[in-house]
Design a protein around this ligand. Sequence first.
Ligand code: XMP
Length: 504
Amino acid sequence: KIIILDFGSQTTQLIGRRVRELGEYCEILPYNKFPYDDPSVIGVILSGSPFSVYDDKAFRTELDRLRGHLPVLGICYGAQFIAYTSGGSVEPAPSREYGRAHLTKIDTTSPLFKNIPVGSQVWMSHGDTITSIPEGFKTIASTDKVAIAAYQVEGEQTWGVQFHPEVYHSEHGTQLLRNFVVDICGGKQDWTAESFIESTVAQLKEQLGDDKVVLGLSGGVDSSVAAVLLNRAIGKNLTCIFVDHGMLRKNEFRNVLHDYECLGLNVVGVDASEKFFSELEGVTEPERKRKIIGKGFIDVFDAEAHKIKDVKWLAQGTIYPDCIESLSITGTTIKSHHNVGGLPEKMNLKLCEPLRLLFKDEVRAVGRQLGMPEHLIKRHPFPGPGLAVRILGDITPEKVRILQDADDIFIQGLRDWDLYDKVWQAGAILLPVQSVGVMGDERTYERAIALRAVTSTDAMTADWAHLPYDFMAKVSNDIINKVKGVNRVCYDISSKPPATIEWE
Ligand code: XMP
């Protein structure tokens, strides 16, 4: 495997995903936690960082224990760090370099640049630049502005690149990573959905034996794939519980329950909407809504799970990005997303997380390989508290009905216009305002709906989706004509940051 040492860059996870896409297993670890004793490591990548190498607070790692022992590739800060600690100079660039650049010179004999043509576009994002490299270092690529865009340490498998090969805008970035991972490190590229399923099913059988396992389904991709994988390993010893808190999408509970049954899962559907509606009555504060729903979910789930005799394990669809130990650089919580936090402790069950090594796109690939239907696999992310955080202000069954109807028109429209798979996530939001309108000869004073659709790769950053005007006109018309109580539709054109995807 490849180890990616994280120095706090925004794109560290992207490096991990690119390496996995090459069929090579990798793990992301904090910069100071390299597993020196692990013989399966075949190479190391050092990520970028928000710090400058000469900052007092800059993250450092013991390079002499890596260099010369394993192939090392430094990206951005990683490259600067290797050069700087060997006596090179790194200085603030005259102007922060951000965006596209082209490699005007490349050492085409260098294995790192195999099959990468001169002129190839790369993505730069740095405030500092390497102004001189130490003796024994050799420049192997340059751009117009950056003389030392890439280097190799002579006689050593140690490399540095100033640009970011992991981002899509770096045209031959994947080729560069392949050159490093496969040619330089000797990666076997044997990490596939098929091999993952085979080894995980075997491990689960071994780990769980005849034990009973309970799993909470949400309708989302992760918990669904976890369930199907476990079902393959232990069959009827797995019981899935799907709780309807009353704030799912229109008909979602019924449809998804049906999907699960078709997949052969042993699933119990619990309609607990009344409990949730009564607990949420009059609550307007977003974090309180999340807490009430989180706790209510645990109560319902716990009661259901107790009906199963001798259950020993709680399975969850936790995926790799939730497990990566993050370096706390700012340390503020914007929203609390962990709806089921506290569940394992309360239930006194052992935890089984069969997807904890996978990135989202790998979860989808595994789901496909397991024969799950495409509409389950490609389903947009949906927040655990559901429409509760899309109804601004207090929640009533009537408001949920209005929002479900509007949301359904929007989502169905996206599907009909072939736009559903082009956006990361979409939904409607019920605003806590009324506005004046006119229908026929009548004055109306009704609610406003906001539509939100975003493009993203990981929900960390997002842009509003530039949906066609004709589509928006049709959806707006349909909502106002068909959903009683709504007379105005707006489209949210904020990016994240500074906005977030959900309104609450
Ligand atoms: P934000 O609004 O923080 O959302 O930009 C990022 C992603 O997280 C989802 N989200 C949630 N998911 N429980 C969840 O399970 C929550 O409380 C929650 N809040 C936001 C959101 O839908 C988006 O995909």
